[in-house]
Design a protein around this ligand. Structure first.
Ligand code: GLP
Length: 239
């Protein structure tokens, strides 16, 4: 695991963004696993600005998002579908048919998870971007007794609901989500985790210095052959 500590969130966005831009330039048909949350916003901004400057095209890039809320309409302002379009896709030439999400409104969520996993297996993720929850979650894989293998429906923890409910001013935040499993995340050829801010310091200390345990799902990245961790000084303050 390669750990890179930079000054602030903007620097992380620049470094992670450049990594993705370089990867897309090298392989214009790359398959990217993408994440939501506040942390990747500067990374996505860097990526679409590179597109606007004519440095890179996303025309043949395919993307798979990590997770989506259950029973939240796709068009809701807080869906991860909306987030990705607003923060990245709408600013680039990526094709709508090339962006993929778990469908949190599927009638049969088990069938939906199987469908997504099969697509993931066939596509093969080249680079997976991850944020990290305050409790060490990746995607929506919350701390638990065992590492999850494949996509599944998860009940969100109080810590995650508290952290994310600030975005839900009109409707209450969903308490369930569909997420890729830790096993699927680990199949990516490269994993890039980004963390910024003091509220991530405990999670980063547990992930980097603690045991590899499903109680801190991000700790599994110690076993990934090509994981890069970018964090700012605040997130690294308890290392
Ligand atoms: C959500 C997402 C995660 C993300 C986490 C942290 O729970 N499912 O993928 O890493 O939030 O979000 P933020 O970057 O806003 O702290």
């Amino acid at each position: 695991m390669k750990v890179i500590i930079l000054d602030n969130a903007q620097e992380i966005g620049k470094a992670a963004g450049q990594l993705f831009v370089d990867a897309v330039k090298e392989n214009p048909e790359i398959v990217l696993g993408l994440a939501t949350g506040a942390t990747p916003i500067p990374t996505y901004e860097y990526m679409y600005k590179a597109y606007e400057k004519g440095e890179v095209s996303f025309k043949n890039v395919r993307t798979y998002n990590l997770d989506e809320y259950v029973d939240l309409p796709k068009e809701d302002k807080n869906s991860y579908y909306t987030f990705m379009h607003e923060q990245l896709f709408n600013h680039t030439d990526i094709k709508e048919e090339n962006v993929h999400f778990l469908n949190g409104n599927a009638e049969d969520v088990d069938a939906e998870c199987l469908r997504y996993d099969e697509e993931l297996r066939n596509a093969g993720i080249d680079i997976q971007l991850l944020g990290i929850g305050r409790n060490g979650h990746i995607g929506f894989n919350e701390p638990s007794e065992a590492f999850t293998k494949t996509s599944f429906k998860v009940q969100l923890t109080d810590s995650t609901i508290e952290a994310n409910s600030k975005y839900f001013d009109e409707n209450p935040m969903p308490h369930y989500a569909l997420t890729m499993g830790v096993g699927s995340i680990m199949t990516a050829k490269q994993v890039v985790l980004i963390a910024t801010g003091k509220e991530k310091a405990e999670a980063m200390a547990a992930m980097i210095n603690g045991d590899v345990t499903p109680q801190c799902p991000a700790s599994i990245l110690h076993f990934h052959p090509n994981a890069v961790i970018f964090m700012d000084k605040d997130a690294a303050s308890l290392l």
